[in-house]
Design a protein around this ligand. Structure first.
Ligand SMILES: C[S@@+](CC[C@H](N)C(=O)[O-])C[C@H]1O[C@@H](n2cnc3c(N)ncnc32)[C@H](O)[C@@H]1O
Length: 371
């Protein structure tokens, strides 16, 4: 799978688009607002830049893309009012892979600017917005040119499916029957995923270190793992329900078995300790803040407890979210014709799972300052 070419969320603004189904990710952006506030304020206060460059990495398209922009502009506006300073000129870069629906972003940009303009003071900074297609596992900016990086719900996507997971001739894939680390994955598969994450996250840190100005910061939020047992991690449960759904379609002859066996997600959900070990090994950033919070699968379930009110509705709600994330890569590997059936089976599998366990999405949040 060529991740750079194939990975993107469902574009447009229709019923199954990412734009219409990204409430879980919106909740994360809102949840980390205090951390964002502290980091952006600190960068502005210490550097007092006349021109401030901010980049959102893995911005996708839809309301969340603009939410991040709005948050940063409000923070700068508040800070400048407090210090009675002229606001800096703000340059925003919205980065994602080339398949992202950048057109949708730019078609909605005027609407976004208008909606912010009506909020008193929010637009006091002159601002410029540019799209930046490319992988964040490559250099994206000139040296020491960015003051602040933000990235939400993106860094668990690794740069490639780890090499060694593919089937070779008569040898089946070592991860046969799974699309991610699952209960039946051998230790080799876990190691291949962990090594790929370590390489990618190290590279990401090195690249951003070069691009940040001295004193620059980053706020990163991405899916992780809370459970100790890696075979039973929260994301393993979730992707296990997708592979169960695909497997049931193999049994009915709707999906070819080889297609399922050759499909693995370019994804890794690290524990807090794993992420911290990579940061410390690099030694390029001070960890200003590190926390994990959990989010319910059903974006409309705001209860903090382990009780599910309507498991069937929650299954349907969550299936819409996951469909908007997976549809492009599932469609390109298995064919678009299986997508409706797959996600209706997945919705039922989620509903059944939620009766047994209300699994949550662990989100790791980091604020890092360039040393
Ligand atoms: C779940 S979306 C999150 C979008 C948005 N930040 C939000 O919080 O709603 C993850 C995004 O990361 C992007 N992404 C994944 N790997 C990437 C990479 N290597 N470089 C740039 N973007 C990447 C995907 O294309 C996708 O749009």
């Amino acid at each position: 799978m060529k991740v750079e070419k194939l990975l993107h969320m469902a574009g447009g603004a229709g019923d199954s688009s990412y734009a219409a189904n990204s409430k879980i990710q919106e909740k994360a952006i809102l949840k980390i607002t205090p951390i964002l506030d502290e980091a952006v304020t600190e960068v502005h206060k210490t550097l007092l830049p006349e021109k401030m460059v901010v980049a959102d990495l893995g911005c996708s398209s839809g309301p969340n893309t603009f939410l991040v922009l709005t948050q940063v502009m409000k923070i700068i506006a508040k800070q400048c009012r407090r210090l009675e300073l002229q606001p800096p000129e703000m340059q925003f870069f919205l980065n994602d892979l080339p398949g992202n629906d950048f057109n949708n972003i730019f078609q909605s940009l005027d609407y976004f600017v208008e909606s912010v303009r009506t909020e008193k003071g929010a637009l006091c900074a002159p601002h410029f917005v540019a799209g930046l297609p490319g992988s964040f596992y490559k250099r994206l900016f000139p040296s020491q040119s960015v003051h602040f990086f933000h990235s939400s719900y993106s860094l668990m996507w690794i740069s490639q499916v780890p090499e060694g997971l593919e089937s070779k001739g008569e040898y089946a894939s070592p991860n046969k029957g799974n699309i991610y680390i699952g209960k039946t994955s051998p230790p080799l598969v876990v190691k291949l995923y962990q090594d790929q994450f370590n390489r990618d996250f190290s590279l990401f840190l090195k690249l951003r270190f070069k691009e940040l100005v001295p004193g620059g910061q980053m706020v990163l939020a991405f899916l992780g793992r809370k459970k100790k047992n890696i075979y039973n991690g929260e994301l393993s449960s979730l992707w296990g329900l997708v592979s169960d759904s695909l497997h049931s379609m193999v049994l009915e002859g709707i999906v070819e078995e080889e297609k399922l066996d050759s499909f693995n997600l370019p994804f890794y959900a690290p524990s807090m300790e794993e992420a911290k070990a990579v940061i410390n090994a690099q030694g390029l950033f001070d960890i200003i803040h590190m926390q994990m919070f959990e989010s319910n699968w059903d974006p409309y379930d705001d209860l903090d407890d382990d009780f599910v009110i309507d498991n069937v509705q929650s299954g349907a709600n969550f299936a819409m979210c996951i469909r908007s994330v997976l549809e492009p890569i599932i469609g390109s590997h298995f064919g678009a014709s299986i997508v409706d059936e797959l996600f209706s089976r997945f919705a039922m599998n989620v509903a059944k799972h939620l009766v047994k366990e209300k699994t949550k999405l662990p989100v790791l949040t980091l604020c890092l300052k360039k040393k």
